[in-house]
Ligand binder design. Structure first.
Ligand code: PML
Ligand code: MG
Ligand code: MG
Ligand code: MG
Length: 252
């Protein structure tokens, strides 16, 4: 594993004005990088911010911080399955079934769908109690921003060879994020679909089910989307958020 100094990179881009001043969220991204690869990583995040289907980025914030930790844990990527549903109705039914099988209650599932279908400007995840469906964080549209995770280079190359149909950066990033979320103490399951209008595939992931891709979780053209993390009622929310936002992990 890499022993040289590492840097965490976080990018967020908004249209009109900064997020905190009411701008429309366009794109976000997070990486872990060695000093040598830093310039390339910044360029990749900048490209992501500048070329985006949600709109034109007028505000781009890229934060770079050295990661203090020496020993960084390595998490095996969640196993992937794909459900080729042919309508939004079938896709959402499939997602609900997988959430139920992961022990999320019907009330919480319903709440999760209500939030994602009505949110157009979420830049981080919403935390819901997996039984009551009550919101557990107080972050508003900022939500919880999972960061400080990235693919370990060699493992990523091998993983991509094994999944020739899933070579997009989007899928790699989503699997890395979902893997970190599933590893957090308190996570029951995650529901996600993209807020990008042209991308309607989403996923349910959980420690028991892995990463389950589902075609058509929304109609094409819709700007709604985001992430819901369903957690147990006993979860210490401050510790949970600290782990997801601050603890560096490699995926590999
Ligand atoms: C996103 O684009 O923001 C999330 C993408 C989720 C689905 C990725 C996939 O196709 O597996
Ligand atoms: Mg993203
Ligand atoms: Mg626009
Ligand atoms: Mg997006």
């Amino acid at each position: 594993m890499v022993n040289e100094p590492l840097y965490s990179l976080r990018m967020r881009a908004a249209e009109g004005r900064a997020h905190e001043d009411g701008g429309l969220h366009i794109s976000g991204g997070e990486r872990l990088s060695t000093r040598e690869e830093l310039e390339e990583a910044v360029s990749a995040l900048l490209r992501k911010a500048l070329h985006h289907s949600r709109g034109t980025a007028d505000f781009i914030n890229i934060a770079i911080e050295k990661v203090a930790q020496e020993e960084i844990p390595v998490l095996a990527p969640l196993p992937i399955s794909t459900y080729c549903t042919t309508s939004v109705q079938a896709g959402r039914k499939q997602a609900a079934d997988l959430l139920r099988q992961s022990s999320v209650s019907d009330a919480a599932i319903e709440r999760g769908f209500e939030i994602l279908t009505s949110s157009y400007n979420l830049r981080g995840a919403v935390l819901l109690d997996s039984q009551s469906g009550e919101r557990m964080d107080t972050r508003g549209t900022k939500g919880v921003r999972v960061s400080r995770m990235d693919w370990e280079r060699m493992s990523h190359a091998i993983w991509k060879k094994r999944q020739p149909l899933l070579e997009s950066v989007r899928v790699s990033e989503a699997v890395a994020l979902a893997t970190k979320v599933a590893s957090a103490a308190g996570t029951v399951a995650e529901l996600c679909w993209s807020d990008d209008p042209e991308y309607s595939t989403g996923y349910v992931s959980s420690p028991t089910k892995g990463y389950c891709r589902i075609f058509h979780l929304k109609e094409e053209g819709e700007l709604s989307g985001g992430r819901i993390f369903f957690v147990t009622a006993e979860t210490n929310i401050a510790d949970y958020i600290e782990y997801l936002e601050k603890m560096p992990v490699w995926i590999g």
